[in-house]
Design a protein around this ligand. Structure first.
Ligand code: NDP
Ligand code: OXD
Length: 319
């Protein structure tokens, strides 16, 4: 029988997955799942903890006594931008499996462009047997923008595949085996990059950072001929009109995009039909909801023992 205040769940994910995961979660407190219609008018006044993904606009006035907010994913822009966000710690989801799956996606996309998978698919559709240039990974430099939990793991796995990997982050970093650039040296970083991988959080500083000026600074004439843009961070970090134009005019030779300014990407968006553009529906690394609830339980237990919360967002930087 639960003895503590229930945990509030407002996660705009697949309802069945949440309902299944909640069956074994929070045994000593229970939960209030806002996806469940029966909870639409439930009193949230006494709730201490909330797990959120794109929370409802009125949520924080309904739950005025929150002590900690947990994001349902690694990103927190959907919470930090929320009107009425209370001054309590916001905790990101950092998870081995999520990190691993993100790196799988990033490596897959870099290899897709290296090995010209889209061009061969097009040839195959027309029964064309023709070989295309085949550079080795070591001839290609992948520039990772954002060297946090995800960027650093992806860098290690890209290096294992043989790519030359460099990275850019706000603060200077020393990372074994790779050249790094800090916030002030973005142009030098871009000029050395053949495949740009975006793993930045969405903040005021990173909004529309991937624009025409940035694309024009990527290295032309590298082993792939033209630079490639891969984004699995946030869609609002990209100026999508500039991105489309860069692809259409050949400034970029291709792209792999998991995130978009507007999601779902509208069915008539021109990006769907541009050659050598791979599109996935914001699924590069979906949160494992069971692991998320276990993470939240562990963090709450530590918090209630007086220990520091892990992976708390810095309000000043927004990530
Ligand atoms: P972290 O907070 O661990 O890392 C963020 C990185 O971005 C840090 O290296 C940070 O620099 C850098 N950064 C932030 N702002 C700037 C800036 N203005 N200039 C330069 N560098 C900057 O985040 P994660 O690696 O865990 O996640 C990154 C993002 O990936 C998430 O915020 C989320 O939006 C996205 N994501 C997407 C998923 C998907 O399925 N598509 C799944 C999970 C996450 P510094 O190191 O100096 O602080
Ligand atoms: C996340 C995401 O931030 O899935 O975790 O986008």
């Amino acid at each position: 029988m639960p003895t503590k205040n229930p945990v509030l769940i407002d996660l705009k994910f697949n309802p069945q997955i949440i309902a299944d995961a909640l069956r074994n979660a929070f045994p000593d407190r229970g939960s209030i799942n806002l996806l469940d219609q029966a909870n639409s008018a439930t009193d949230l006044a006494k709730v201490d903890y909330a797990v959120l993904w794109n929370p409802d606009p009125a949520l924080f006035s309904r739950a005025p006594d929150l002590k900690v907010i947990f994001s349902g994913g690694a990103g927190v822009d959907h919470i930090m931008d929320h009107p009425g966000l209370p001054d309590v710690p916001v905790v990101r989801f950092v998870d081995r499996s999520l990190t691993t799956r993100m790196s799988e996606w990033i490596v897959l996309q870099c290899l897709t462009h290296l090995r010209q998978v889209e061009a061969y698919r097009k040839q195959a559709a027309r029964g064309i047997w023709r070989d295309l240039p085949q550079p080795e990974a070591s001839e290609v430099t992948v520039g990772v923008m954002g060297l946090g939990v995800l960027g650093q793991d992806a860098a290690v796995k890209l290096r294992a595949m043989g790519f030359n990997v460099i990275g850019w982050s706000r603060r200077h970093k020393v990372i074994d085996g790779m050249k790094t650039y800090d916030g002030d040296h973005m142009d030098a970083f871009l000029g050395d990059t053949d495949i740009l991988v975006g793993l930045l959080p969405l903040t005021k500083e990173t909004t529309r950072i991937y624009d025409a000026a940035l694309f024009s600074k990527l290295r032309q004439g590298g082993a792939l001929g033209k630079p490639v843009f891969i984004n699995a961070g946030r869609g609002k970090c990209q100026n999508q009109v500039d991105l489309r134009l860069a692809l259409e005019t050949g400034i970029l030779g291709g792209a792999s995009l998991d995130v978009f300014e507007v999601e779902p990407l509208p069915a008539r968006d021109p990006l769907w039909t541009i050659a050598n553009v791979v599109i996935t529906p914001h699924t590069a690394a979906t949160s494992d909801v069971g692991a998320l609830f276990r993470y939240v339980e562990t963090q709450i237990a530590g918090f209630e023992r007086g220990e520091a919360l892990q992976n708390v967002v810095d309000r000043a930087t927004g990530y």
